[in-house]
Design a protein. Structure first.
Length: 384
């Protein structure tokens, strides 16, 4: 069995269009006046056929429509893509097909069409549960619209997740705790809870550099919010299985676990990345960022990739640790025996001595104390 099969095989499809660009967002998303949905459908189908020929016979465990705002896609486009996927790969019995959605009333009305097309999980970008913070985050929906869309989703799909952002401007620990308890009261089975990060090249990044993004919590305040997140979700039974993700047992995201468990995934669409193991060699794939450039390239050449790079063993080990240590269960170093060599073991023992990782001779994981400083742990493991 090739190594990637420990993590499984998934498909990511990127829809790059949004109604508006959120000021904190550094994803590859674009606001345009018109989208030729049929042209995008044809490009997706062409790419699925191309990648399917390289990965014939693999069991596909998940499909993820990400963005951008995939809930701006016509349900007929989603139906055509899923039909093509079913004709291209054998699907796992519990295949997860997720679509990201924004909770506006118009998009919520599309949910039945997505369900009928085969989507069985929706991930909603709610981000906040009060109107003032939604406005500050550049969101187009109100709290009332979010709650209404969530109710429609819960009545349409077996599985629903939604995102919230914390460590927002002027947000207190007490306010975040109350908001989190409100989210947990909504019969939710999965939450993605992200600390607000200020990225260069975003509107928030520009404001922060200019000293105009005020009211952000300091490091201690953000750490307190992280600790409250773990406690409140844990008390409610929504376990933190990854740094930013909480779920009832059995409701974890299959697709995201493919990333974190270092499986293979194909990336289709502008700016989509992939990891594919072909003939024993693992490759990193990428695509052009500009939507119309990607669309034209697929139409002209039948191949939407901008490049494909063979990954060295050292690259793979670094990615394996970067992704896998985000999981509460950590990683088995048996997958890369070089990680059990003396130089790595010495670093691991040093980290064990200060209580930020635990290691039983095979399985390495970050402790509760280590998870908030995971980047520092990774720097220590990967230095030199």
């Amino acid at each position: 069995m090739e190594d990637w099969e420990h993590g499984g095989f998934g498909l990511y499809i990127h829809w790059p269009f949004c109604q508006a660009k959120c000021p904190y967002c550094d994803f590859n998303s674009h606001v345009v006046a018109h989208v030729d949905q049929k042209a995008w459908e044809n490009a997706y189908l062409s790419e699925i056929e191309r990648i399917g020929a390289e990965t014939s016979g693999r069991v596909l465990r998940s499909v993820f429509f990400g963005g951008g705002t995939p809930s701006l896609m016509d349900p007929d486009v989603v139906d055509a893509v899923i039909s093509k996927v079913r004709a291209t790969w054998p699907l796992a019995n519990d295949v997860e097909i997720t679509l990201e959605a924004n909770p506006t009333s118009v998009e919520a009305g599309r949910f039945r069409g997505y369900h009928d097309a085969g989507v069985n999980r929706v991930s909603m970008g709610i981000q906040a549960l009060n109107d003032a913070d939604l406005k500050a985050l550049g969101r187009l929906h109100s709290t009332a619209e979010a709650l209404q869309a969530f109710d429609i989703a819960r009545n349409t799909f077996d599985r629903v997740s939604f995102d919230l952002i914390y460590a927002r401007q002027e947000q207190s620990v007490e306010a975040w705790q109350a908001e989190l308890k409100q989210a947990l009261s909504m019969a939710i089975d999965h939450l993605s809870l992200y600390q607000l990060t200020i990225e260069g090249g975003t509107a928030f990044g520009d404001r922060y550099t200019a000293g105009k993004l005020r009211g952000l919590p300091d490091d201690d305040g953000a750490a307190d919010m992280y600790a409250v997140t773990q406690q409140v979700c844990g008390d409610a039974g929504l376990l933190g299985y990854e740094v930013s993700n909480h779920a009832w047992p059995g409701s974890e995201s299959i697709h995201n676990k493919i990333y974190w468990q270092y499986g293979d995934y194909a990336g289709i669409g502008p700016g989509a990345h992939g990891r594919l193991t072909l003939d024993g060699q693992r490759f990193a794939t990428e695509t052009p960022l500009a939507p119309m450039r990607w669309l034209a390239q697929v139409s002209r050449t039948g191949n939407g990739e901008a490049g494909r790079m063979a990954l060295r063993d050292e690259d793979q080990m670094a990615e394996f640790l970067l992704m896998g240590l985000r999981l509460v269960d950590g990683v088995s170093l048996d997958r890369f025996p070089k990680l059990l060599s003396i130089p790595y073991i010495n670093k691991i023992n040093d980290l064990c001595d200060i209580g930020v990782v635990a290691f039983d001779g095979r399985q390495l994981r970050a402790t509760d104390e280590g998870r908030p400083i995971l980047n520092a742990i990774l720097r220590k493991l990967l230095e030199g």
